[in-house]
Write a protein that binds this ligand. Structure first.
Ligand code: SAM
Length: 209
């Protein structure tokens, strides 16, 4: 597995795990210097643990959609460059602001990812869009935010099947999400995130011109 610079494997309580350096955010284990990036709590962490080729090298400019309280985006900011964190629910944003306090490159935005025009004046072109919105219309959110990606940028998305349709077979949901994404993105790799996250699909894609 290729890990970005700033992400390393460390041992926590007898278990080896990916880790980043920064202030703890969600009660994760630390060894004093490094903090465990728990793949059970983070879809991007699961994508890395499963060996998906994310193309992340470290120091990228990132637009993160669905930041919640900052569990994953705090790790991203630990190894990334400027990291714009979009979340539309005010309650988790309060905790996200705490995570941003010790991270000068993490910029929380209380915005709706379906309305990119509301943050287009703030967000610069980015190398990576990370998406974990767990809401209906996940392919559409990725399409709406493609405008922020540089030509050789990457979309790293976690698609939750049950957010699209609770009754459908997840495999069918993933087929239709792949088809919808495919008109705007070239899909480089997709993989299910079980056993870390049931009925989720990890997607690595690059924008079509
Ligand atoms: N990515 C987070 C992490 O790993 O730390 C967990 C994200 S949680 C599964 C999904 C989040 O996306 C929720 O906090 C939800 O409020 C947010 N969300 C859903 N739709 C959104 C939208 N249209 N704009 C912004 N945030 C959205």
């Amino acid at each position: 597995m290729t890990l970005p610079t700033g992400v390393e494997r460390h041992e926590f309580g007898g278990e080896t795990s990916i880790a980043t350096q920064g202030e703890p955010v969600y009660g994760e284990r630390t060894d004093g210097d490094w903090r465990r990036w728990d793949p059970h709590r983070s879809k991007l962490g699961a994508m890395l643990e499963q060996g998906m080729e994310t193309g992340l090298e470290g120091d990228e400019t990132v637009l993160y959609l669905g930041a919640a309280a900052g569990t994953t985006v705090s790790h991203v900011a630990d190894f990334g460059g400027p990291t714009y964190a979009v979340e539309f629910a005010p309650r988790p944003v309060r905790e996200l602001l705490d995570a941003a306090e010790s991270r000068r490159n993490l910029f929380p935005l209380l915005k709706d990812a379906r309305k990119p025009e509301s943050y287009a004046h703030v967000v610069e072109p980015v190398d990576v869009v990370v998406q974990d919105v767990a809401t209906r219309g996940q392919a559409r959110v990725a399409t709406l935010n493609k405008q922020f990606l540089t030509d050789d940028g990457r979309l790293l998305a976690a698609i939750k099947a049950r957010s699209e349709d609770v009754t459908a077979d997840p495999a069918d949901v993933f087929d239709s999400v792949r088809a919808e994404l495919g008109s705007e993105y070239e899909l480089l790799e997709t993989a299910r995130l079980d056993p870390y996250h049931e009925d989720h699909l990890g997607v690595v894609a690059r924008p079509r011109e």
